[in-house]
Ligand binder design. Structure first.
Ligand SMILES: *[C@@H]1O[C@H](CO)[C@@H](O)[C@H](O)[C@H]1NC(C)=O
Ligand SMILES: *[C@@H]1O[C@H](CO)[C@@H](O)[C@H](O)[C@H]1NC(C)=O
Length: 734
């Protein structure tokens, strides 16, 4: 059977690509520029395609997986030593699950985690904090029209308790809070079902929750939801979130007035008189420990007496919002460990979930795994981190879990697989489409190209291509999606203009996808690397008064506090001027275009200049300025050509961005790509200047991070494009 699919890319070039998929042949035809037959919106991939690419897509199934059996070291011995059945004791106001390795106590019917007994420690959780205690699911929400992203805090206190499953292998509990119209204004309008699972021989427990918005529920906004754990203050002093991000942490008291001084916002505190002098002079700020979803698989804390680890393992990103590059909190002082599912962090209000009245929606967050490990000898306590990473791999290989007892959580055989190949064709870089190793390919709810980074209501499924460009996305929930992609080294976003319909158990071979990044003419010059981050630009040393020792000589030194203030130190009088062919973006391009402080709470806008020479100006041609941004915060980017006072400017972005990545030490937030036409009469033979003004100046955190900037000459005739390849990579080609 032949399968016809027409593709129309979100690309200024009016090419229509028709891919013909058949049992073994994949043919790609480039039609002429007539796009009369672009009836592509009606096309869709269905699951009827034969699976052609199995050898490219191997993975293991662990159907009878029991976690403790997989774990090496002391933990394994302990797991084998205690082959106790899972037991459940139900009391008036609490319930205890016990598998001989740990005891988990939950409040009834609230479903708050009030006790974790393990390895001789009566309770790993702190219950004596002034505010938040133990472990809990929570969310922040508001009624429509609310300003900001905080809203009301809701701990999702359950009102009914149910034993879903109880046998010697598994106990699963449910704590429900159904929507009650009498609570309108006090509770988020959702049905909540919080689940906790304990397995036989497993050193930890699982938790997930099912959120449901039904036809009879009012409109509302969901800003944030997570599981939070407040660990014992005197036990957990060492935090680990990556091989190169671990440290002894200050105490919560160190942040209080007298011991700590609040900096530019409440989360950032200078430790002036900490309980332990070793932390004196450091900044503590939870946002310094943020990480991207794709790297946020395991983090937690180590206790040395006795040597015990507490870890939050997130085996899948399918339920997290905003895709693989969205950043979020991990663990931080208190000691706190978070499993973040929804938040506005590094994205802003656009990442919140806005529900209309009666809008039907169901989503399962989790399961995540709370893993506990121990060693007998304190000297080996740091190995608990390595063991936790091993356990993370086991959990990932076991995904999707086969044990959650809910029809809302589809099992492996109810999910689909998509395979294919992702190629990039930049006509000014190569004659043929080329595979790119490490391109991101994913399925997310249907939307515009790039919409996945703001998408939060659905599930997302991402992978990266191998060196031949092949990709395989496994364990996709049934539903309708678009296929999205982007490749480091190239600007813009790919979207396949077809619905991808995943059905239970489907295996879909989708053939070749050729992404043509925006490109009109040859590169005259470029600044930076198109990778959606400002990491390659100049990142200053922090003010010596505001150090986090972890990030000294660290690849993520952009996580230091207060770098935005360094701009005024480096450029006290005039703004940054970058001269093409002379300047080096690694040293001469400040990582963020921020305002300059002129007094208490007053800031002036900044205008950066790019100076370049043109030997010839092709009269009548249109030059193209590509401005890829890695972040924007309440900014308006104005572009002027050769006249810094031109009014109106050649281009104005309008007010963009709420991602707050400058204040939160993220080196990127949301990605933007602006394509600015520059008619040849704006340019001169010889010296030219592009002026970049960030025109909003009410806060030190308003600003832009650039990802990459490129000036393209007017289009060349198609036959001559590839002859410019070598020179287009040369910054001095003018
Ligand atoms: C949860 O609800 C119970 C009543 O069911 C109440 O006693 C308890 O204080 C509530 N807990 C919180 C944290 O609101
Ligand atoms: C829940 O557990 C029961 C008892 O083992 C089983 O019959 C049922 O299929 C399970 N349901 C789901 C959705 O896993």
């Amino acid at each position: 059977m032949w399968f016809f699919l027409s593709l129309f890319q979100a690309n200024p070039l009016p090419f229509l690509i028709i891919i013909l998929l058949q049992a073994t042949t994949i043919t790609s035809l480039e039609a002429s520029s007539s796009s009369s037959s672009s009836s592509s919106s009606s096309s869709s991939f269905s699951s009827m395609l034969p699976h052609q690419n199995k050898e490219k897509c191997k993975w293991k199934q662990f159907s009878d997986y029991r976690c403790a059996e997989e774990v090496a070291g002391d933990q394994k011995k302990e797991g084998i030593a205690s082959m106790a059945d899972v037991q459940l004791q139900i009391q008036d106001d609490h319930v205890v699950m016990d598998n001989g390795i740990l005891k988990l106590t939950l409040s009834v019917p609230g479903g708050a985690i009030i006790g974790i007994q393990y390895n001789g420690i009566d309770n790993l959780l702190e219950l004596h904090n002034p505010q938040l205690n133990g472990g809990f699911w929570d969310l922040n929400w508001a009624e429509p029209g609310n300003i900001g992203t905080r809203g009301q805090f809701d701990v999702l206190n359950g009102t009914s308790f149910e034993v879903i499953m109880e046998n010697k292998e598994q106990v699963e509990l449910s704590f429900k809070r159904p929507w009650d119209t009498s609570l309108q204004g006090n509770h988020s309008p959702l049905n909540i079902d919080k689940r906790f699972i304990m397995l036989h021989g497993c050193s930890g427990f699982y938790s997930y929750a099912i959120y449901e918005h039904l036809e009879d529920m009012p409109a509302f906004i969901l800003y944030e939801t997570r599981i939070a754990f407040m660990l014992k203050i005197d036990k957990f002093r060492y935090m680990a979130i990556a091989d190169n991000k671990q440290r002894y942490m200050p105490l919560p008291d160190d942040r209080l007035p007298g011991r700590g001084e609040e900096l530019a916002y409440p989360e950032a505190v200078l430790l002036v008189n900490p309980v332990e002098p070793q932390f004196k002079g450091e900044v503590d700020d939870k946002y310094e420990y943020s990480t991207e979803n794709k790297d946020n698989g395991v983090h937690g804390w180590i206790c040395f007496d006795p040597p015990v680890g507490f870890w939050q393992i997130c085996p899948s990103n399918e339920f997290r919002t905003g895709g693989p590059t969205k950043q979020d909190l991990t663990s931080h002082v208190n000691p706190t460990t978070l499993a973040m599912f929804v938040s506005a962090h590094y994205g802003g209000e656009e990442l919140s979930l806005q529900f209309g009245s009666g809008e039907p929606w169901t989503k399962v967050f989790g399961p995540v795994f709370i893993y506990l490990n121990s060693v007998s000898d304190e000297k080996n306590a740091f190995s608990l981190w390595d063991n936790a990473k091993e356990q993370m791999k086991v959990e990932i290989q076991s995904w999707p879990y086969n044990f959650p007892n809910s029809t809302d959580f589809p099992k492996s055989d109810q999910r689909g697989t998509v395979t294919g190949r992702f190629l990039v064709h930049d006509r000014y870089a190569s004659e043929q489409p080329l595979p790119t190793n490490g391109a991101f390919v994913g399925l997310a709810l249907e939307g515009e190209a790039g919409s996945w980074q703001r998408e939060s209501k659905g599930y997302q499924f991402w992978t990266t291509t191998n060196e031949e460009g092949y990709f395989c996305i496994k364990n996709i929930r049934a539903g309708n999606y678009n296929l999205y992609g982007w490749a480091p080294g190239f600007i813009g976003d790919y979207r396949l203009d077809a619905s991808v319909i995943i059905t239970s158990g489907c295996e879909m071979e989708m053939g070749d996808h050729v992404y043509e990044p925006p490109r009109d003419g040859p590169t005259l010059w470029e600044i930076g690397i198109p990778d959606r981050s400002a990491e390659e630009f100049y990142i200053p040393e922090p003010n010596p008064k505001y150090i986090n020792k972890l990030y000294v000589n660290h690849p993520e030194r952009f996580r230091q506090y207060g770098l935005w203030e360094r701009y005024a130190d480096l450029y006290p009088d005039g703004d940054l001027v970058y001269t093409v062919g002379v300047s080096d973006y690694r040293k001469d391009w400040f990582f963020a275009q921020v305002n300059r402080k002129t007094g208490d709470n007053t800031y002036e806008t900044t205008t950066w200049q790019i100076k370049f020479k043109l030997e010839i100006v092709y009269q009548g041609g249109v030059y193209k300025l590509r401005l890829a941004l890695a972040s924007a915060m309440s900014s308006n980017l104005e572009v002027r050509i050769n006249d810094g006072q031109a009014n109106p400017p050649q281009f104005s972005s309008g007010l963009i961005g709420k991602d707050n990545a400058i204040a939160r030490h993220g080196i990127h937030g949301l990605y933007y790509l602006f394509n600015v036409d520059i008619p040849s009469d704006q340019l001169r033979q010889g010296d030219n200047t592009i002026f970049l003004t960030q025109a909003m100046n009410t806060s030190p955190f308003h600003g832009i991070m650039y990802d990459y900037i490129r000036l393209e000459g007017p289009p060349l005739p198609p036959s001559s494009t590839t002859t410019t390849i070598t020179s287009s990579n040369n910054q001095n080609h003018l």
